[in-house]
Design a protein around this ligand. Structure first.
Ligand code: ARG
Length: 560
């Protein structure tokens, strides 16, 4: 059903040229009060166009013969209100969902346009942090939501694989590291070496010079430095890959910071030619306004910086993908950085800089404190996921001892729980981390939604539902609420996209699950006169739950 468009078509037949179809659609709203109908069209704009009163326009618009989807039309103070004929509206919607399946809720907003996502982007030789987890799940979900809105997406994992810290790491490894230890436990061992370097450098500042020297060698392509760097990168990416596999996330590109090494000269040259570079205490900077600090392009020693690479990467991405928008899914603490990048690009004359959006998110807390690598509060993400899977397995075995394929289901539930927990609140909020909470089968959790979908699957199996719409279709009053929630889904997808907010989807699947479970508890679905209709409704709910979960990056087990 698209009753909004149906209503718009009706209105257009009576409006004349004054407004386009899409303008009419965008004006249609929900009446403030339930008893005023299901859709309302305000006539104020038309009144201006036709130099008449809104009430007069409204009464003219309400005089036509109504499409069968509507049962009544009324005018109230300059509005035209229509009431849906619930029976045909419901039949329409269910037929549509069963026909479209997972395509239900798709939009064409982004047709022929590309959004480039900068997401995940962990730093090599360091643990994959909770912040990177958030970036990964928020970014992938936003990419799926954008695809559902018709966009083409490019997911870029902008690996942090360049910078002075790698000079320090090389120096630390050559002093204290061994190949066996790094091979056995790459990330832990490299982190240890890096931490030790800083500790020892506190007492022996000469170490820092050594680190800088190694970075210089690396930049100059020294074979020993390069070989170590390549190795550190390999073992790190292997470790990250295990996490991505568990999460079921894939990327279109792994072009990280180092990829831009040979491309930065051109950026600096361009900045120079456009007369934007200024000298400040020996460093080269671009001033980007009084309200924020200048953007640092080159250090006193000529070394490039994080910002230099991001500027170069942005230009490269624009040239390579011709993006309509670029989303940078990165924590709050980098807001200033992205503001500087955008302003530098604008000053360079790149109008498209306004289409770059920093998409920030809050912290993950443990007992109210930020999880930090340095303070020993570090958690290895792979272990977190494996723990979640184990806990899920325990819960599932307890609930359903006869379940087959327990390993697969436990993985879907454990990982789904972690993702859902992250995406269920607005992304700007901090998230308190608790495995126990997120794995509960009741309450607002991922497993609860998955369990609801699995329960419906069982019903469909038992009732031999064949995914066909029954000939007779009379939806009773108690299912109307479910129908109207199902009907919201396309709008929910659109809102989630425009607000860059996966939690709109999570809250929606929770609401749909609650409503279904209430329905399930109060209506007999199998072996009733209305079993066919009810199963069709259940099947539609399941399609939408599954698709909602998919948009969050969560799989739906067939049984649980
Ligand atoms: N590697 C960075 C970090 O962990 C995040 C990179 C974000 N993306 C970017 N284009 N700067 O802090």
């Amino acid at each position: 059903m698209n009753e909004k468009r149906e209503f718009a078509a009706y209105l257009q037949r009576h409006i004349g040229e004054g407004l386009t179809f899409e303008q009419i659609v965008s004006l249609i709203e929900k009446p403030k009060q339930l008893h005023q109908g299901d859709l309302a069209f305000p006539c104020f704009q038309l009144a201006k166009i036709y130099k008449s009163s809104p009430a007069e326009i409204a009464s003219r618009l309400s005089a036509g013969s109504l499409p069968s989807l509507f049962s009544k039309i009324e005018t109230v103070g300059g509005y035209v209100n229509v009431f849906l004929d619930k029976k045909s509206a419901a039949a329409n919607l269910i037929t549509n969902i069963l026909k479209e399946q997972e395509n239900y809720g798709r939009h064409l907003i982004g047709k022929d346009k590309t959004i480039v996502f900068d997401l995940s982007s962990p730093n090599i030789a360091k643990p994959f942090s909770m912040g990177h987890l958030r970036s990964t799940v928020i970014g992938s979900s936003l990419a799926s939501i954008s695809e559902k809105c018709g966009y083409k997406t490019v997911k870029i994992n902008y690996i942090g694989d360049w910078g002075t810290q790698f000079g320090k790491l090389i120096s630390a490894y050559l002093r204290w590291g061994t190949e066996e230890k790094v091979k056995a436990n790459p990330i832990q061992e490299l982190t240890k070496l890096y931490v030790r370097f800083h500790e020892e450098a506190d007492n022996d500042p000469a170490l820092n010079d050594e680190g800088r020297k190694w970075f210089k060698q690396l930049e100059d392509g020294d074979p020993q430095a390069t070989q170590l760097w390549v190795w550190f990168k390999d073992v790190s990416l292997n470790a990250f890959q295990k996490i991505y596999e568990l999460l079921g996330v894939e990327f279109d590109s792994y072009n990280g910071e180092a990829f831009f090494n040979d491309k930065m000269d051109a950026t600096v040259k361009e900045l120079m030619e456009k007369k934007l570079l200024e000298l400040s205490d020996g460093a080269q900077i671009v001033n980007v306004g009084e309200d924020i600090p200048p953007c640092l392009i080159k250090k006193t020693d000529g070394a490039t910086l994080y910002a230099t690479r991001d500027l170069t990467a942005a230009i490269y991405r624009k040239n390579t993908y011709d993006f309509d928008q670029a989303f940078y899914v990165v924590g709050h603490e980098q807001s200033l950085h992205f503001e500087q990048i955008k302003r530098v690009l604008s000053k360079m004359g790149y109008e498209w800089a306004k289409n770059m959006h920093h998409v920030p998110f809050g912290l993950i807390l443990q007992d109210g404190k930020k999880m930090s690598t340095r303070k020993g509060r570090t958690v290895l993400l792979e272990n977190v996921l494996l723990d979640a899977i184990q806990l899920a397995e325990n819960n599932i075995r307890e609930k359903n001892p006869a379940l087959l394929e327990v390993d697969e289901v436990a993985r879907q539930v454990g990982v789904g729980a972690v993702i859902f927990h992250d995406l269920k609140n607005e992304k700007g909020n901090d998230v308190e981390f608790s495995l126990e909470q997120m794995l509960k089968f009741e309450g607002d959790t991922g497993p609860y939604v998955q369990y609801t979908a699995a329960r419906i699957q069982t019903l469909l199996n038992k009732g031999n539902f064949n995914r066909q719409m029954p000939d007779e279709f009379s939806i009773a009053e108690e299912s109307w609420e479910l129908i109207s929630v199902l009907n919201e889904f396309p709008l929910i997808v659109q809102n989630a996209f425009f607000r860059k907010e996966p939690s709109i989807i999570s809250k929606y699947v929770l609401k749909l699950s609650h409503k279904f479970n209430h329905y399930y508890g109060s209506v007999k679905i199998l072996n009733s006169d209305e079993t066919a209709e009810r199963l069709a409704l259940c099947a539609s709910i399941q399609i939408v739950l599954k698709e909602g979960l998919r948009l969050l990056g969560i799989q739906t087990p067939k049984q649980m």
